[in-house]
Design a binder for this molecule. Structure first.
Ligand SMILES: *[C@@H]1O[C@H](CO)[C@@H](O)[C@H](O)[C@H]1NC(C)=O
Ligand SMILES: *[C@@H]1O[C@H](CO)[C@@H](O)[C@H](O)[C@H]1NC(C)=O
Ligand SMILES: *[C@@H]1O[C@H](CO)[C@@H](O)[C@H](O)[C@H]1NC(C)=O
Ligand SMILES: *[C@@H]1O[C@H](CO)[C@@H](O)[C@H](O)[C@H]1NC(C)=O
Ligand SMILES: *[C@@H]1O[C@H](CO)[C@@H](O)[C@H](O)[C@H]1NC(C)=O
Length: 485
């Protein structure tokens, strides 16, 4: 029971989410769990509860019953075990105080041993008998009211109320003179009922405490790649409304094991797009600050560079191919192979707009000549690439498509004298369009797997961009994978 909610929450928190307005602390990610999502969570919990609550042993019940003529009969029920609980109908609701789960119909199967003994003036020797019994409990009702608060950056779950009622019991004895025993057993209905009620409530209380300690121990940072992690510290109490449960976490990327990256991000209004029309379980939105923090982590980790040494038209990477554009290069290094060393020179500027992400990427392109045993940088061209990215989602992977809008270039330094920048620009932009872009688009179309946690992933997800927001509406479903731990 505890582990399911853990999987689900981790999944929610990890995935991409959105910000909320007017909270005290900055929170750049919220997960808005719709009623469909809560239902899914509830069904998961109930399924786990059905199996983890049983076998549940109840205390022994003793009773003496007065029977006409026979007199007082001592009856004992022992080894009472709830073997199976099956929930037939249940609901979950969010209210002002928290979450209310109502199990309006459940059945339980019990097994037990019975024995009796009596002696009367008629039969002075003690008479006794024993056997087994099965008990069917119908109309078991459980009502739980839970509160969920933020405490010290974690979620705190507590049980406000737990009610358990048994409506109907039917007892079947194996063996024995049933007319007598059945009559005796019926006298136990009330006691069995209240024993079941007590045992189930007690077990539920224990389960909630366990669940809470799992929530408290949730990690506050989730590693995303080998260099970046996402801060999933809760910044505010969960908010309950009639249609959803909203969780809010810090949501910025930081370099792994490094708390140095502290930037101030301005808060923006929440996207008004709603997933309700699509009946999705969860709405995740990604505020543009989240992708900005990710890109700045990557930039600062020096991960944004790339050597281009293979192109479809390999003559482009030989000084001969540049003979007419940079004659002095060919003169100094005739027929030398070249490569281009691309590195992002300052953090890319990213803006999320309607249907696309606009990116401005400042790039230093160093032209390297490959000499016998040496790489000789001969010139550096400052380039600014303006592109639009359309994000997509395919299965459980985040995909995208980049369109180049504009390239501007200027010479930063040169060891080979002045260059005809407009000719260089033509050649470079051909290289970018024919080599860099198709490569990037190929990688993006393969997509980045959104991590699957303990077997749960996104299903039938849709993604869209609005002003400053990327919104993902999705269902959550078990994903088949080899290694789910
Ligand atoms: C529980 O009891 C009901 C009624 O006696 C029976 O139909 C059902 O098969 C039982 N389930 C199990 C698992 O014993
Ligand atoms: C009661 O059940 C146990 C096992 O569940 C069995 O060994 C025993 O024989 C049964 N007793 C009677 C009287 O049926
Ligand atoms: C809050 O969490 C920190 C570490 O996560 C811990 O050291 C501290 O004791 C916690 N405070 C309370 C009041 O639980
Ligand atoms: C994570 O977020 C919390 C809450 O906003 C903040 O107090 C904490 O400093 C953040 N941690 C890092 C490593 O930035
Ligand atoms: C690429 O250029 C950057 C500076 O722009 C430099 O630091 C890096 O060493 C170069 N890489 C190679 C493999 O030449």
């Amino acid at each position: 029971m505890a582990s399911s909610i853990f999987h689900f929450l981790i999944l929610l928190l990890f995935a991409f989410s959105c910000d909320r307005v007017q909270s005290r602390e900055e929170g750049h990610i919220t997960a808005e769990i719709s009623n469909e999502g809560l239902d899914f969570l509830k069904d998961l919990l109930i399924e786990k509860a059905e199996s983890s609550l049983v076998p549940l042993e109840l205390p022994k019940i003793e009773k003496s019953v007065k029977i006409p003529v026979v007199g007082s009969v001592q009856m004992v029920l022992s080894n009472i075990v709830i073997e199976r609980i099956h929930v037939t109908s249940s609901t979950v609701k969010t209210g002002d105080s928290g979450i209310v789960i109502d199990v309006s119909g459940a059945t339980a199967n019990l097994t037990m041993k019975w024995k009796y003994s009596y002696s009367t003036w008629l039969v002075p020797i003690a008479v006794s008998d024993k056997g087994n019994a099965t008990v069917q409990v119908e109309g078991l009702e459980v009502g739980l009211s839970l509160s969920l608060k933020m405490l010290n950056g974690s979620l705190k779950l507590s049980l406000l109320e737990c009610e358990c009622n048994v409506n109907d019991i039917s007892i079947k004895l194996d063996g024995g003179a049933s007319w007598l025993y059945q009559g005796l057993i019926d006298a136990f209905e009330g006691k069995i009922g209240s024993a079941v009620e007590n045992a189930v409530s007690k077990k539920i209380k224990e389960a909630i405490i366990k669940l809470d300690s799992v929530l408290q121990s949730l990690p506050k940072e989730v590693p995303v790649t080998n260099i970046a992690e996402l801060n999933v510290t809760f910044v505010d109490d969960p908010e309950f409304s009639e249609s959803s449960l909203d969780l809010e976490v810090n949501g910025l990327f930081t370099a792994k094991h490094e708390a140095a990256l502290s930037r101030h991000y301005h808060r923006l209004l929440q996207a008004s797009f709603s997933c309700k029309e699509a009946d999705k379980m969860v709405k995740f939105s990604l505020q543009e600050n989240v992708i900005k923090s990710a890109s700045s982590v990557y930039f600062e980790a020096n991960k944004m560079h790339w050597i281009v040494d293979k192109v479809p038209d390999q003559s482009l990477l030989n000084t001969a191919g540049w003979r007419f554009i940079i004659p002095q290069l060919y003169k100094m290094y005739p027929n030398h192979d070249m490569n281009l060393n691309l590195s992002v020179s300052s953090p890319p500027i990213l803006n999320v707009e309607k249907q696309q992400i606009k990116a401005k990427i400042p790039l230093d392109v160093v032209i390297d000549v490959l000499d016998v045993e040496e790489v000789i940088p001969v010139a550096c061209i400052s380039t600014v690439i303006s592109a639009s990215v359309s994000p997509g989602i395919k299965g459980n992977a985040l995909t995208g498509y980049v369109k180049l809008n504009d390239i501007s270039m200027s010479l930063k330094w040169s060891k080979i004298g002045d260059l005809h920048m407009n000719l260089v620009q033509m050649l470079m932009s051909t290289t970018l369009r024919t080599v860099v872009l198709p490569y990037v688009n190929l990688k993006l179309s393969e997509g980045f797997q959104i991590p699957v946690f303990h077997g749960y992933g996104l299903q039938d997800a849709h993604i869209l961009c609005t002003e400053s927001w990327i919104v993902i509406c999705s269902d959550v479903a078990p994903v088949k994978q080899f290694n789910l731990v």
